[in-house]
Ligand binder design. Structure first.
Ligand SMILES: NC(=O)c1ccc[n+]([C@@H]2O[C@H](COP(=O)([O-])OP(=O)(O)OC[C@H]3O[C@@H](n4cnc5c(N)ncnc54)[C@H](OP(=O)(O)O)[C@@H]3O)[C@@H](O)[C@H]2O)c1
Length: 296
């Protein structure tokens, strides 16, 4: 199976390439940078490409002729999306439409990575058919993109995930790395007690995405870490597993900060549809952190 991965230098993209190589598939990678940042993972073909550039993206797709495209490339900074609507639309929506056009023409499967931020966070434990009501532009944009995909093709997988973290040589930025950097420097770590999410290990998410592809799943799936908790509780587990003093953790509330983009309070998701389809449970936080602790 030929698999094209966009955003291949990113948190999830890196682990998708790794998983692809480990499973003996032949990944082809594309990202914004001229060179792949994760070449040490092994041998794979790489194309530079900005998803906004329609001709370039079609050229890459026509050359690769993938059976599956896993589209992770996006702007993930929710505050930036709130401040720069045009940029967010151009990359997160129009960029996806460029890829969708190829999928429509060729019939290849499109796996689109969406977000728990399509929900308003009033209820929590959301299932796939729950009403969507984004409260920030990033969520609105992702939802609009989901809808365009659903209206255009049948062979799609929309995966809504949440709060990604992981460790890789080429990755500088995610929620866990931010916490660990502060703890290592003996700095206070302000963490929300009132934002509930499903923290998700990128290694495990990548592997579970391949489970869905192998099961020939189509439609929308909630796929994230198996535990829902506050960011503060996540920090407590990080301290326990990586042996740091919890005294450095500082309880803060969403209302203490004046972010450009509103955050849903409880965007936790129910993963039963995935668990039933693939007969496997995503890792919880403790299992994920123990996995990383052994790795490093
Ligand atoms: N991170 C989360 O907590 C989270 C939660 C829910 C859903 N998601 C979704 O999951 C997906 C993967 O997230 P992630 O955390 O792996 O993101 P990431 O680490 O930021 O990776 C995204 C990649 O896309 C690239 N990119 C940005 N603009 C591009 C463009 N115009 N053309 C081509 N590539 C471009 C980035 O390159 P540069 O770094 O060079 O800009 C980066 O390598 C995204 O679709 C995101 O919306 C993420």
């Amino acid at each position: 199976m030929k698999i094209l991965i966009t955003g291949s230098n990113g948190n999830l993209g890196t682990k998708l390439i790794d998983t692809c190589l480990k499973r003996g598939h032949n990944p082809v990678a594309t990202d914004f940078a001229v060179e792949p940042s994760n070449r040490t993972l092994g041998k794979f073909e790489y194309f530079w490409g900005d998803v906004q550039e329609r001709e370039k993206i079609l050229q890459i797709c026509n050359k690769v002729k993938p059976d599956v495209i896993i589209h992770t490339a996006a702007i993930t900074d929710v505050d930036l999306c709130e401040q720069e609507h045009e940029l967010a639309v151009n990359i997160n929506l129009e960029g996806t439409v460029n890829i969708l056009n190829y999928a429509e023409e060729s019939g290849c499967k499109l796996v689109f990575i969406s977000t728990d931020y399509v929900f308003d966070g009033q209820k929590g434990n959301y299932i796939e058919t729950d009403e969507t009501e984004p409260i920030n532009f990033y969520g609105q944009n992702k939802l609009e993109t989901e809808n365009i995909i659903k209206e255009t093709i049948e062979n799609y997988l929309i995966i809504r995930t949440s709060s990604l973290y992981g460790i890789a040589d080429n990755i500088q930025n995610n929620f866990l790395l931010w916490i660990l950097k502060k703890l290592k420097k003996d700095e206070k770590v302000p963490l929300f007690i009132d934002q509930i999410v499903n923290p998700t290990l990128t290694d495990n998410l990548a592997s579970n995405i391949f489970e869905l592809i192998s099961a020939e799943a189509t439609g929308i799936y909630h796929l994230a870490g198996n535990d829902s908790m506050s960011r503060y509780e996540f920090g407590e587990l990080v301290c326990e597993v990586f042996n740091y003093d919890k005294i450095l953790l500082e309880k803060v509330s969403l209302s203490d900060f004046d972010f450009a983009a509103k955050r849903p309070k409880n965007s936790s998701m129910c993963l039963d549809k995935f668990i039933n389809k693939c007969n496997t449970k995503p890792f919880g936080v403790k299992e994920s952190l123990n996995f990383l602790e052994i790795m490093i």
